[in-house]
Design a protein around this ligand. Structure first.
Ligand code: ZN
Length: 416
C-alpha cells in the first residue's frame, strides 16, 4: 500500500498522456491567439476551448470568467478564465498560463508551418508550444488526471487547485493578470502557493524568486542646429549626446553592489535606443535623444540612479555647452519572494522527486507576471523545465517535460 494513493493515481495517469500532449498542442496552436498589438483578434476561441476541456457535466472545477473589455477585438473582450477545485485544506495551489502568443515572424525562417504542430520524437514544433502552452498543457493534464482520480473515488487533495488562463501577457498584462487581480483579487490569499510555469532551465533546477527593477531612462540633449559647412554657428547635440552615452554606460562604477542570487550578479546599465539627430548629412544636429535600459538589484533605488545619471550628464553638458535632461521613461519595481516561503520548499522537493535535480533559487533581470503577484504580497515563483526556444523560429517543447512538469505540480498539490 502506498502512503499517497491520490499522488500515485495522478502520476500513473500522467505517464500515459504523451499523445494527449501532442493533440492539445495541435489544437491550441491552430488558434493563432495573437493580441491586437500583434495584428491578431485576441484569445477568445482558444480560451473557450480550454473552458470546454475543463468544464462540462460532472466537472469538479468551478469556472469563472474575468474578461476585460477591449474594442480592438471582434468579440469585444479579452478572456481570463479561472478554474478552481477546493481541497481538504483552505489553501490553494495556483498555476498561471497565458493564452496569447507572439507572431511567428517570416515563414521562411521556420522548417515547417508555425501554426501546424510538427512532432519529431519527443519534441513538438510550432509557435507557442513552449511559450506558454507547455505550462498551459501541463496544467490541463493535471486537471484531467485529478478529475479521473476523483471519478474513481479518490479523496480530494490537501491543497485546492486553481488554474488561471490569462490574456495579454505578451503586451503588458493590462487586459490579463492585471485585470484579474483588480476584479477577482479576493480569490488569492497570502498563504496560498503561486507557481508561474513560464520560464525555467533545461534541467528544471532554476526556481525564479526575484526580479530586478526595470528602469528605462530617457536622456535628451539640446544644442543648436546649423548647416554642417558652418559648424562654428551651431552646437552639435549628437556629439554631446555621444559623450552622454559613455557617461551613462559608466553608471556601473556608481553602483558596484553584487548579489549572487542574480545572473549577472550586479545592476546593469545599457544605452539602447537612439532617436533624433539630423535627417540630412549636411545638417549639424541640434537635438539628440537616447535611452538607457537599467536592471537594478532590489536594494538599489531608481531615484539614486536617476540622480547619478543627472550628475554624470551635467558634467557633459558643461563641457559641450548643451542642455541635457534625464527623466524616467518607465519603471517596474523589483520584486522578491523570500527564499524560505513554503512554495519554494515544496517546489524544490517536488523537482527533486520528479527530475532528480536540486532546485536553486535565482533572480532575473525581469520582468514576468510573477512581479504582479508579488506586488500584492503573494509569494510567487516562476518555474518550468524549458528548452528556452520561446519567441524564436522553430520554437519547440518536450512532451516528456510537459508531463514531468505536471507531475511536479501533482507532488506540490499533494504536498509530498
Ligand atoms: Zn510567456
Amino acid at each position: 500500500m502506498s502512503a499517497h494513493p491520490l499522488l500515485d493515481a495522478l502520476l500513473r495517469h500522467l505517464d500515459t498522456q504523451g499523445d494527449t500532449v501532442e493533440n492539445l498542442q495541435r489544437r491550441l496552436t491552430a488558434f493563432r491567439a495573437l493580441g491586437p498589438e500583434n495584428g491578431g483578434d485576441g484569445e477568445m476561441p482558444k480560451a473557450r476551448q480550454i473552458a470546454e476541456l475543463l468544464g462540462g457535466p460532472g466537472s469538479p472545477f468551478t469556472l469563472r470568467w474575468c474578461n476585460a473589455p477591449d474594442a480592438r477585438v471582434s468579440c469585444g473582450e479579452r478572456p481570463n478564465l479561472i478554474a478552481h477545485l477546493p481541497g481538504r485544506e483552505a489553501r490553494t495551489l495556483w498555476l498561471f498560463a497565458h493564452t496569447d502568443v507572439v507572431p511567428a515572424g517570416p515563414d521562411a525562417s521556420w522548417t515547417s508551418d508555425p501554426w501546424s504542430v510538427r512532432r519529431e520524437g519527443d519534441l513538438l514544433y510550432g509557435r507557442g508550444v513552449e511559450d506558454n502552452q507547455q505550462g498551459l498543457v501541463s496544467m490541463l493534464l493535471l486537471a484531467a488526471a485529478l478529475r479521473a482520480a476523483l471519478d474513481a473515488g479518490a479523496e480530494r487533495p490537501p491543497l485546492g487547485l486553481g488554474l488561471v488562463f490569462m490574456a495579454d501577457e505578451e503586451c503588458g498584462n493590462l487586459k490579463g493578470l492585471q485585470h484579474v487581480l483588480e476584479q477577482a483579487g479576493e480569490l488569492f490569499r497570502p498563504d496560498d502557493f503561486y507557481i508561474v510555469p513560464d520560464s525555467g532551465s533545461p534541467d528544471g533546477s532554476e526556481v525564479e524568486v526575484a526580479e530586478k527593477h526595470v528602469l528605462w531612462l530617457r536622456v535628451r540633449t539640446s544644442g543648436r542646429q546649423c548647416h554642417a559647412s558652418q559648424p562654428q554657428c551651431g552646437v552639435n547635440a549628437f556629439v554631446a549626446g555621444a559623450a552622454a552615452v559613455l557617461a551613462c554606460a559608466g553608471l556601473t562604477e556608481d553602483f558596484p553592489q553584487t548579489d549572487a542570487l542574480f545572473q549577472p550578479p550586479c545592476s546593469t546599465f545599457v544605452p539602447t535606443r537612439h532617436e533624433g539627430g539630423a535627417d540630412s548629412i549636411n545638417i549639424l544636429p541640434g537635438d539628440d535623444c537616447f535611452y538607457v535600459d537599467c536592471r537594478l538589484l532590489p536594494d538599489v533605488t531608481p531615484e539614486s540612479v536617476l540622480a547619478a545619471a543627472r550628475a554624470r550628464t551635467a558634467d557633459v553638458a558643461r563641457r559641450f555647452g548643451v542642455e541635457i535632461t534625464v527623466d524616467i521613461h518607465h519603471h517596474q519595481a523589483a520584486s522578491v519572494t523570500p527564499q524560505n516561503s513554503p512554495v519554494v520548499g515544496a517546489l524544490a522537493g517536488a523537482v527533486a522527486a520528479v527530475y532528480g535535480v536540486e532546485a536553486r533559487p535565482v533572480g532575473i533581470g525581469g520582468a514576468t507576471v510573477a512581479a504582479l503577484l508579488r506586488r500584492q504580497g503573494l509569494p510567487a515563483v516562476v518555474w518550468s523545465r524549458l528548452l528556452n526556444t520561446c519567441h524564436q523560429p522553430d520554437e519547440h517543447s518536450s512532451i516528456a517535460a510537459t508531463i514531468g512538469d505536471a507531475k511536479v505540480f501533482a507532488h506540490v498539490l499533494c504536498r509530498c
